[in-house]
Design a binder for this molecule. Sequence first.
Ligand code: ZN
Ligand code: ZN
Length: 358
Amino acid sequence: MHDRLVRLRAAMAERGLSAILVSAPVNRRYLSGFTGSYGALLITPDAALILTDGRYRLQAALEAPAFALREVVNPGRPMPAVLAEATRELGLATLAFEAEHTSVAEHGRLSDALGGGVALLPADGLVEGLREQKDEAELVALQRAIAITDQALATVLPQLTPATTERQAAWLLEVAMREGGAEALSFPPIVASGPHAALPHWQPVDEPLGAGRPIVIDMGARFGGYHADLTRTVVLGEPDGRFEAIYGLVLAAQQRAIAGLRAGLRTDEADALARDHIAAAGHGEHFTHGLGHGVGLNIHEGPGLRRAAPGGQGTPLRAGMVTSVEPGVYIEGWGGVRIEDLVLITADGCEVLSRAPK
Ligand code: ZN
Ligand code: ZN
């Protein structure tokens, strides 16, 4: 945790920021360890304050021992007033804030409380940038979430029959993940059979899985705040010839990407490893999303492995990033195939963390 503050302060110095208000819950948790639902951090090169209310007095002391508590009282001493007091005490002339995680109303209240003496500077992506590279403690939690997810799929797959409905299958997965130690689900499981599998984010319905058609299962367990994300595409009974061809194509695209990922490769180059292969087979237009995304305290976070905006280019991958690799081909009226694993980017390659068989 201390190391994260050191990295944040270095990033602040690089941007010339003398103080930052961290209000996004996952960023707050990442820097302090505090898991409560309400609070903010005020960090300068020398000070680390946590602002929260009486419900979290004990929890904040326990979870965030490196931060000095400033108690908010609603009503009476609301967050903006406590912040204004702290900025005066610390002699701050500017305060950076997370614009993407601050409502217009919150900004207005803060700005009123600070008066003219302290300038609010929008600063986005500072903590998110640090979070992209995982440290040891994060990798341990991620690997546990991944193992629970892999095991839950292995438990449930043999129980599925063509008569099982999508919703029943999703419930079996949910139960297996919770019984396996998940604190929560990363997201409601996706179970999409037949034509439903053409919709990447289909929500399960009360219809049987059926035989001989693709079933896309996308699922993840959460452990210690960290999210797993796994997709497999299976068939009950005998697959048709089209499935064999599309599955082989998506699998080969994924293998190409996994073989090519390494620190230094740009996010758009990573995406192209799989996309070019799928496009060469004539299915480019059926691969309707990016190759992958970072996972961590959020199920979707940086880096985004996808095509660059016109005229632009992606950013280089760094060792310690954990991303999904999930090419897919979706054909309206027939179904789709997606295969998703999580990988750890290393200096000269990547390590596949997901163990579920394909
Ligand atoms: Zn997924
Ligand atoms: Zn994913």
